[in-house]
Design a protein around this ligand. Structure first.
Ligand code: DC
Length: 225
């Protein structure tokens, strides 16, 4: 694949830790801009799901990499389909969430998904793409790179609200564990990409954040102060 072709695409990269509001914000931003939306976390989750389905230990790097390469994967607004099976609900479950960090640390899985993400962007003429390494590694020439964050407490509170069956303390512990794994891994760790704008969403409503990002895509108004 030619990186120059990628540089011409209208890609908006949104990275950040778990619970920073990336998915909600990225989806709404895509709608506002008339672009497609891609949740790359769902792709890593889909690989973890496929491994569990096939009885493969997520730690078995070679087998999991083979699955990532062979699997038929569709991620779109309708959900996630893995080898013809709808996995939209299962990929958010505790079993996949536990397994996904080790899958996402596998360099061969990352390489395969990176290619799939770039192909997706070429096919869709760009899009709003959300993950951990989108601005830093996958699309370093994105037209806008945003690093979305929020205080650890607020991120845990938001996640606990989404997962009504889980206690706040459990959600907070899980978020802290995944933050450490995502930021500490050797391959494409979660970092603020060079040229990324850091947006702290603590105390901000979703609409405020989306408005802010739309204004960042449009650039400062002509004749503005
Ligand atoms: O955003 P999420 O919680 O659905 O992501 C699931 C896991 O995948 C998370 O542990 C981080 C990892 N991930 C990644 O390493 N790179 C991405 N571009 C997206 C997600």
């Amino acid at each position: 694949m030619d990186m120059e072709q990628l540089a011409d695409l209208r890609v908006i990269a949104i990275d950040g830790p778990a619970g920073s509001g990336k998915s909600t914000v990225a989806r709404l931003l895509a709608e506002r801009l008339g672009l497609r939306y891609l949740d790359t976390g769902a792709m890593y989750r889909a690989v973890a799901f496929a491994a569990i389905q096939r009885g493969v230990d997520p730690v078995d790097a070679a087998e999991v990499a083979r699955i990532a390469t062979d699997m038929d994967l569709r991620v779109d607004d309708a959900g996630v389909v893995v080898d013809g099976t709808d996995a939209t609900v299962e990929i958010r479950g505790p079993e996949v969430t536990r397994a996904v960090s080790v899958v996402a640390a596998n360099p061969d899985v990352r390489s395969e998904l990176r290619t799939r993400q770039r192909v997706w962007a070429l096919e869709h003429g760009g899009g709003v793409i959300e993950g951990r390494d989108i601005g830093s590694v996958v699309f370093p020439d994105a037209v806008l790179k945003v690093y979305l964050t929020a205080s650890e407490e607020e991120r845990a509170r938001r996640r606990a609200k989404e997962m009504t069956d889980l206690a706040y303390d459990d959600v907070a512990a899980d978020i802290a564990r995944r933050d450490a794994a995502d930021s500490g891994r050797a391959h494409s760790p979660l970092v603020e990409a060079s040229g990324a704008d850091v947006v702290d969403t603590t105390g901000l409503g979703v609409d405020d954040v989306v408005d802010l990002l739309v204004s960042m895509v449009d650039g400062p108004a002509e004749g503005g102060r």
